[in-house]
Ligand binder design. Structure first.
Ligand SMILES: C[S@@+](CC[C@H](N)C(=O)[O-])C[C@H]1O[C@@H](n2cnc3c(N)ncnc32)[C@H](O)[C@@H]1O
Length: 280
């Protein structure tokens, strides 16, 4: 079944009436595609979907999880991490403390990528790290730091590109992947090292409510591949919120395919996928 503007409105209202979730600021096209996929995957009609959402809160939660896309990887887009290491890490080395927030962290691989980089460059002890996501299931996986063994080759290759043979920085040729992940072929998992996991405060948070922090300021906010699902007006609101949550001379990181648009030029200066806060 194809979902039109009327169904979309009914879906958003139904979810809003029966939970704290509000999808009215999500981009219409991507939301429509997700609802159509849910109808196929759940083999149901639109009216049955709404009826189940109204009557079964567990089902509603499972639908919310199907709406949010959780794709992520260790050192996703290695070129980004190579540039980040070359352009931004030297600036971080000048700071006595580094406070980081990963907003929309999914199952945690982005967080652990950053921690590995900081550890190799002897900056981990200076770091305080928060990571949040709307979806409580992915936060649980991130906290456990257990990933399917089938990702081993891909993760090892990305690790090699960013850590072992980085073209712009000092390579760490002898750093083994196993320093950070215990490879348990029997259980078919890659287990993240405890000293990395213990470094992060994970929590659930919906960016619709803007920042969960009142006084905390950050040196870096990662929000990669999250805001593409939001309408442009709301993206702007979140960018402004991030701006006010950043320390002077600090950074907002977006996904490789994302861009803030000219309206934010007065607040941020762009270098690759990293936006540096202007001081006004
Ligand atoms: C595609 S993943 C990106 C993960 C990671 N940042 C990366 O780039 O690899 C998008 C994440 O944003 C989260 N998300 C979607 N809507 C959100 C919202 N309103 N508040 C917080 N997180 C949200 C999803 O649950 C999902 O885990």
């Amino acid at each position: 079944m194809s979902v039109g503007a009327n169904e979309l409105k009914r879906f958003i209202t139904c979810v809003q009436k029966n939970s704290t979730y509000n999808f009215s600021e999500y981009s219409e096209n991507s939301l429509i595609r997700r609802i159509e996929k849910i109808l196929i995957d759940n083999t149901c009609t639109f009216d049955i979907l709404l009826e189940r959402i109204r009557n079964d809160s567990d089902y509603l939660h499972s639908i919310v999880k199907q709406i949010t896309v959780n794709t992520t990887e260790l050192f996703r887009d290695p070129k980004f991490w190579q540039d980040f290491r070359h352009d931004i890490i030297p600036e971080l080395q000048k700071k006595e403390s580094i406070t980081i927030w990963h907003a929309g962290c999914s199952t945690g691989q982005e967080v652990y990528s950053m921690l590995i980089l900081l550890h190799e460059l002897k900056l981990l002890e200076r770091a305080t790290v928060f990571a949040s996501d709307i979806n409580e299931d992915v936060i649980e996986i991130a906290q456990k730091g257990e990933y399917p063994y089938r990702f081993y080759d891909d993760y090892k290759e990305a690790f090699k590109q960013v850590i072992k043979f980085n073209p712009y920085g000092k390579p760490f040729k002898h750093t083994p992947f196993e320093k950070y992940f215990e490879v348990n072929a029997k259980k078919s998992i890659l287990q993240t090292a405890s000293f990395l996991k213990n470094k992060v405060q994970f929590f659930t948070h919906d960016l619709i409510a803007l920042s969960p922090f009142t006084d905390q300021k950050f040196d870096i906010i990662f929000c990669r591949n999250v805001l593409i699902y939001f309408k442009a007006d709301y993206q702007k609101k979140i960018y402004e919120c991030f701006y006010h949550s950043l320390n002077p001379e600090s950074y907002l990181v977006l996904g490789m395919q994302e861009s803030m648009g000219w309206f934010m030029n007065s607040l941020f200066q762009k270098k690759n996928s990293v936006y540096c806060k202007w001081e006004i």
